[in-house]
Write a protein that binds this ligand. Sequence first.
Ligand SMILES: *Cc1c(COP(=O)(O)O)cnc(C)c1O
Length: 437
Amino acid sequence: MIQYIMFYYSTRSRNEKVDFKVAALTGLAPDGGLFVPEQIPQYSGAVRTSLGSMSFTDIAFETIKPYVKNDIPDTALSDIVQSAFTFNAPLVPITKDNVNYRYAVELFHGPTAAFKDFGARFMARAFSFLRRGEDKPLKILVATSGDTGGAVADGFLDVDGISVTVLYPKGRVTPLQERQIAGLGKNISAIAVEGSFDDCQQLVKAALADKDLKKRMEMSSANSINISRLIPQIVYYSAAAGHALTDTKKEITLCVPSGNFGNLTAGLYSMKMGAPIAHFTAATNMNKTVPDYLDSGEYLVRISQATISNAMDVGAPSNFERMSAHFTYEEMKNIITGVFVTDEETRNTIVQVHKETEYFLDPHSAVGWKGVDKLLKENKISNPVGILCTAHPAKFSEIVEPLVGMPPIPASLANAMERTVNAKTIPVNFEALKSVL
Ligand SMILES: *Cc1c(COP(=O)(O)O)cnc(C)c1O
């Protein structure tokens, strides 16, 4: 057993080392970089070979423990994972003509029906533990392209001593997402920004770095730039890969529908920790900054374009900075194959998969599905393949229903639809944000 203390440093300089508590509670490093663990821990041989049979919460405990060990004792961590992960991420074989030909890794069984519940629920509980005994309130700022805001709002609702402000691009989230973000009230408030997700993200970054605001209040972020959201996402990769190995005797290729690339980064950590993952596919919509980079070696950020998979409308993915802190271009190219999918292909895939298998895909998961189709056809990846199904199809019923009818609606979504939206609208302007905070 190797004993060490886990430190985190900024992607922009190795000089400043902090522990998990500081990395989590500050969100962004003082130099504007993202915190990354100084080394990625390894699963013990015993854990690695049991991933296929361990419970989800046991995998969560073993996975998260080395990242937080200086700050969260085992008993507290055990309580946190039990209370955060009351749902898991089943590996579901989707069958065609009674032959298993692909897995859906269903990440949408949490309260807001998208994978962000895993990160947000862990983060809220970890923050509450790390801040025990504090009496200065904490303000969490979060920019969302749709799903993060709802998950963070839900995760932190009623957490004492912490308030959350969610910034979302006005008119670019669905009515359900808007209710999940701006319908809770209590310690959760919402700001509709007349701009894109990238604008929201820039505003949050500016606020976190602003001296006046820092004097007025203690602030943190809850975007996937926060390491405490990313670490719990490693868990479902390791669980899915373990189960797939048990099922198929092979290492699985996992396809990750991507936007800000926090999810894929967590997958890379899982692989580095020793989970039996053969390869990754990064599937995007037309916001294809990273697939283009993997193709050409040139990293060119763009203005984000609106698509029907709106949680992935990101032109300048923040977690790319983390990926490149850990991997060279050549290494990335060996582990990840990029692919992009148009809206038309996404719609056709939802229709075709439903017709062939009766399985409902949401638009984001459909991007992943189609990406896999393309890459298998070009012999760029091989089976077995799992697609991370990042949202429940009913969460995007505006797109899904007209194509294939209404998928069954989880109770949590039905409840959210009953809420009333209460948000302040601002232009893309830092002073405007400052005046409403
Ligand atoms: C957030 C989100 C994504 C993109 O995940 P990243 O970690 O930003 O790459 C994909 N699908 C859904 C449904 C999401 O909510």
